[in-house]
Write a protein that binds this ligand. Structure first.
Ligand code: 3PG
Length: 454
């Protein structure tokens, strides 16, 4: 991804130098840089010497200790005014720590979330920067030239102070987990509830590429389902082991949402679903111990209705993620504007879909404190989709097909449209066994009862 982003920047006419400890990567970059102003180095001193100070240095390395090691290897070669940009998937708390260490030493730091995968890095990713406006201004023109464009607008912005860029990228990935899991569930329902062949399922996803759902994840799923490796007896996707790995950004999203008290159940369910998939041996054992219900195909459920259910789950993923960003912005003082976030996600990033256009419009109408679902146009769309999501979840439940993200989305929407929830029971229970007190609907104050207990 690093060399691809470098090639992308160089292809826009900028002069760049690249550095990697791996000689094969350095050679690889040299081999791909023909006609561009690129120099490649394996030695940090030579790399730094190739650039005129003050130098912006962009790191693209895996999150964790390796980022600290990369910064440590550059430190002896930095001059005052240089600044480091971390373009990896770093945890936002690490970004805050690195920024204060570097800034205390007279260097600048920018946390930059980069989305779009390897191809996106070369062709135009979406980028979410966090830090000071001064540091951002120093690289804004370069980043804008390399970023994906939506109707001519570059998909990069300063999304807030401090580690806001990595926070927004973390939540982007949480949304990505939820969208991917929802797609996987709908694929499963197509195959095991509606009895579609793999080719039929591929055709359905192919049709959805030009529907409101259309976007990167639907497109790659259509390609994956249609792909046959000539060396394999079966379509490749059928040969892939059903254990989903994760690098952690989805889990971090869930952890932070719990800390901030923001409900993001569709995203939570997607993280748990990957974890459950890892217990393959237990699943294989239990498959013989717990009976599967007999097939109960709902005649009313069709592929197009499933597409509407998937759209509802996508809305939930976006809305939950953006609600978390809203809360984090207030709590941590990022000053993030959802209108910027939704706009830079319209192209280049993994979660891009056509739904981002009405979502960006909704973010113009709703204040940064209000829940996005209070936007009348979003509420109306969700109202239209809800019966289809309900039918899909009901049919899956009857057939014994797990749909954690679709189910969580349904309960999220049902929860938010319920004026009186049974939380009164929780409060009464807490008061009965712990004297925690409760508020009443008919008079102010905090009350306590013995609930008729001796
Ligand atoms: C990304 O940044 O999108 C990651 O590559 C995907 O995260 P994962 O490996 O945890 O799925």
């Amino acid at each position: 991804m690093g060399s691809n982003l470098l090639l992308n920047i160089a292809s826009k006419g900028h002069t760049v130098a690249g550095f990697d400890v791996d000689s094969a990567k350095v050679e690889g970059l040299r081999g791909r840089s023909e006609g561009m102003q690129i120099r490649a180095y394996q030695d940090p001193a030579a790399f730094a010497a190739a650039l005129a100070p003050p130098r912006p240095m962009l790191l693209l390395v895996p999150a964790g200790r390796i980022v600290d090691e990369a910064i440590e290897s550059l430190l002896p070669h930095l001059s005052p005014g240089d600044f480091v940009i971390d373009g990896g998937n770093s945890h936002y708390k690490d970004t805050a720590r690195r920024a204060s260490t570097l800034e205390a030493n007279g260097y600048g730091f920018l946390g930059l979330g980069v989305s779009g995968g390897e191809r996106g890095a070369r062709l135009g990713p979406a980028m979410m920067a966090g830090g000071t406006p001064e540091n951002y201004a120093r690289v804004q023109a370069v980043l804008e030239s390399a970023a994906a464009k939506f109707e001519g607008e570059p998909c990069v912005a300063l999304v807030g102070a401090g580690p806001a860029g990595h926070y927004v990228k973390m939540v982007h990935n949480g949304i990505e987990y939820a969208m991917m899991q929802s797609i996987a569930e709908v694929y499963d329902v197509l195959r095991r509830v509606l009895g579609h062949s793999l080719q039929d399922a591929a055709n359905v996803f192919d049709r959805w590429t030009s529907s409101p759902l259309g976007g990167f994840l639907i497109e790659i799923t259509a390609s994956i389902l249609a792909y046959r490796n000539p060396d394999d007896p079966d379509p490749l996707v059928e040969l892939v082991l059903d254990k989903a790995k994760a690098k952690g950004t989805g889990k971090w999203t869930t952890q932070d949402a719990m800390d901030l008290g923001v409900p993001i159940p569709t995203i939570d369910a997607s993280v748990s679903a990957r974890q459950l998939s890892e217990s393959r041996e237990t699943r294989m054992k239990l498959a013989t111990l717990i009976a599967t219900p007999g097939s109960a195909v709902k005649p009313s459920l069709g592929a197009e209705e499933l597409g509407l259910a998937l759209e509802a789950a996508f809305w939930c993923a976006y809305i939950q993620g953006l609600s978390l960003i809203q809360a984090a912005s207030h709590e941590y003082g990022f000053g993030t504007d959802l209108r910027k976030v939704t706009r830079i996600w319209r192209a280049g990033c993994i979660v891009r879909s056509r739904l981002l256009v009405p979502l960006a419009e909704a973010s113009d109408r709703v204040s940064n404190r209000d829940h996005l679902l209070t936007d009348p146009a979003l509420a109306a769309r969700v109202t239209t989709l809800l019966p289809h999501l309900r039918t899909a979840v009901a049919a899956s439940a009857e057939a014994g097909i797990p749909v954690p993200c679709l189910g969580a989305s349904l309960s999220y929407l049902d929860g938010y449209r319920t004026a009186r929830l049974p939380a009164n029971i929780i409060q009464a229970q807490r008061d009965l066994f712990g004297a925690h007190g409760f508020e009443r609907t008919d008079r102010p104050g905090v009350h306590h009862s013995d609930w008729g207990q001796p």
